[in-house]
Structure formats: structure tokens, C-alpha cells
Write a protein that binds this ligand. Structure first.
Ligand SMILES: Cc1cc2nc3c(=O)[nH]c(=O)nc-3n(C[C@H](O)[C@H](O)[C@H](O)COP(=O)(O)O)c2cc1C
Length: 302
């Protein structure tokens, strides 16, 4: 009932572990599939060199979601042999996420990660381009086209997923630009920039002051972005932002998503959230006489 084909990847169900939630190690990836029931997993974004990330507090929970400024900590693509060795024995679809501060860095990481043959490579273009004075790649159509086509050239047959930021003025135009440049799928959304102040301490709560909002607070933002992207592209969409139950997942599918990512929901509810979401999706489908997700994909467009 829930089997899904996503950009050429066969999945037993449409749930995907979002990037950055459980690191890059094979043990946790295996557990989230076996015990948790995820249909596919995304690794934490891998960068060109080792990076420590921001000082603590870097992740906090507030009334309606989470706020994080982990700062893309990464072991660097050259220091991951042990992880890749473990991951090479996997029997589930693996999405490797990469980032860079320039096109050259994206290409370098993509070339090396592609040698490990993940089922897909997700490019996190929600990070700033240092050559463009810190402007985020994914808010600019030309920069998005440049990075997608350069990475696609390196990775050949491996599916390329472009992960977009809701901070783009016109996310549908960015998605269309990525499709034109050779992306095989779109992932939306990454976190939304935000800040929380502790009024008693009279200071921002995060050490980095600003961070990315995720969880229930951003679900309407994710739904709106997926809805607009669905109208603009033919390639499939991995929708995410605040999914924690079956109804949230069905809502994303009705907006136009083919697969659904869960990030903060894992931190709130544990690995089991994937099984729970799948069971609730199936129950909703049975109650509504829906036999396949195909029947309801994008139906909210009328
Ligand atoms: C602690 C934390 C770390 C994250 N790290 C990454 C990352 O390395 N790469 C990335 O593309 N997205 C990262 N994200 C964003 C998530 O993959 C996801 O797009 C976002 O949190 C929205 O989904 P959610 O509401 O289900 O968490 C991170 C999110 C959180 C909460």
C-alpha cells in the first residue's frame, strides 16, 4: 500500500530520515530502518573538511518546535572511511547529503561521495556561498543552476536531490531552475531562520544567537512550499517540515510530495515515529478507501 518509487529509488514506504538528525554512522542508520521502520535515510551533510560546528547551546526546544544552530559540524569527506565501510553493507536506500561554500567545494565533495555509491546525493543548497559574500545558494536561480549542473556532471547516474530553503523569495522558480539544470528530485524544506530570547537572562538562548526553526511551527511553511513546487516541476518532491504523524504525512502528499521526511519528529518521539506515521497513513487510507498514494498525490490542487 505504501511502496513508493522516488527518482528511481524503490522504497518500502515513503518515510525518510531527514538530514542532520542522526549523524552519518551506519549503526544508527541501520537501527532507524530496522527498528524504526524508515523507508530511506539521509546522512548528516558532509562537507569538504572537518568542521566543529557552533558552541552550545546549539539545539533547544520551545513551545512549537525546535531551534538549532549546530553549524553543519562534519568530519569532512576524507575522514569517513569507517562510516562508509559500515554503510557499504546496507540493505536500504541511502541518501548522502553534501554541502560546500563554493561550487568547487560542492564538486569536490560530490565526486568523492559518489564513489561510495549512495542511492542519491542530496545537495544542501541552503548554506551560504562564501564567494557571493555569504548569500545562500538556494535563494538565487543562477547559483542554483550552477551548483546543480556542476554536481550532476560529477555524479552521473546517481540521483541528485536539490534541498531548498524556504527563505527563497520564489521557491518554485528555484525548483524549476534545479530541474532544468538536471536535478532528479527536490527536497523541501530546510529550516526557517529564527531566534528565541530568554527574557529573564535578557539574552538570546542560542550561543550563535540565530538558528533554524524546525518541527510543528514550520509545517504550514513546508506545505505551502511543496504545493507551489508541485505546480512548477515534473520531478518528485521529498516534502518535510514538522511531520510527526500520519495526517501530517498525508497532508504533504496531498500538497504534491512523493516522499516525506522526518527530522525533529525523531528527536521528539524516537525512532518509532516512522512506524507510527506509516501505520496512521495506512489507517487513514483504509478509512478513506484510498488504495495507493498515487491516488491522492497533489489532490489538494483540485
Ligand atoms: C538538529 C538539526 C540538524 C540539522 N542538520 C541538517 C543538515 O546537516 N543538513 C540539512 O540539509 N538539513 C539539516 N537539518 C534540517 C532537517 O533535515 C529538516 O529539513 C528540517 O529540520 C525540517 O524538518 P523537521 O521539521 O521534520 O525537523 C537539521 C535539522 C535539525 C533539527
Amino acid at each position: 500500500m505504501l511502496e513508493t518509487n522516488f527518482a528511481g529509488i524503490k522504497m518500502r514506504n515513503p518515510t525518510v530520515l531527514a538530514s542532520g538528525i542522526l549523524g552519518t554512522g551506519s549503526d544508527l542508520m541501520q537501527r532507524v530502518v530496522e527498528e524504526g521502520g524508515a523507508g530511506a535515510v539521509t546522512m548528516k551533510s558532509i562537507g569538504p573538511e572537518e568542521r566543529m560546528g557552533h558552541a552550545n547551546p546549539s539545539v533547544i526546544e520551545w513551545e512549537h518546535g525546535m531551534l538549532n544552530a549546530v553549524g553543519l559540524p562534519s568530519p569532512g569527506y576524507e575522514n569517513m572511511e569507517e562510516e562508509w565501510e559500515g554503510l557499504s553493507k546496507r540493505n536500504y536506500p541511502l541518501i548522502a547529503s553534501i554541502y560546500g561554500a563554493s561550487i568547487e567545494e560542492f564538486v569536490l565533495v560530490a565526486k568523492n561521495v559518489a564513489k561510495k555509491k549512495p542511492e542519491a546525493i542530496e545537495i544542501n543548497i541552503s548554506c551560504p556561498n562564501t564567494k557571493e559574500h555569504g548569500q545562500i545558494f538556494g535563494v538565487n536561480e543562477d547559483a542554483s543552476i550552477e551548483v546543480v549542473s556542476a554536481v550532476k556532471k560529477e555524479i552521473g547516474d546517481i540521483s541528485l536531490i536539490a534541498k531548498l530553503t524556504p527563505q527563497a523569495y520564489n521557491i518554485a522558480a528555484i525548483a524549476a531552475a534545479c530541474e532544468k539544470a538536471g536535478a532528479n528530485a527536490i527536497c523541501a524544506i530546510n529550516t526557517v531562520a529564527g531566534m528565541v530570547i530568554d527574557i529573564d537572562a535578557r539574552r538570546p538562548v542560542l550561543f550563535n544567537r540565530f538558528g533554524g526553526v524546525s518541527g510543528p511551527a514550520i509545517k504550514p511553511v513546508g506545505i505551502k512550499c511543496v504545493y507551489q513546487i508541485f505546480d512548477a516541476v515534473k520531478i518528485p518532491i521529498l516534502g518535510m517540515g514538522g511531520i510527526s504523524n500520519g495526517r501530517d504525512a498525508i497532508e504533504f502528499i496531498q500538497a504534491g510530495a512523493t516522499t516525506v521526511g522526518i527530522g525533529s519528529g525523531v528527536l521528539y518521539s524516537g525512532f518509532d515515529v516512522f512506524k507510527k506515521v506509516c501505520n496512521e497513513m495506512e489507517n487513514w487510507m483504509k478509512a478513506n478507501k484510498v488504495e495507493s498514494l498515487e491516488e491522492i498525490r497533489g489532490v489538494a490542487h483540485g
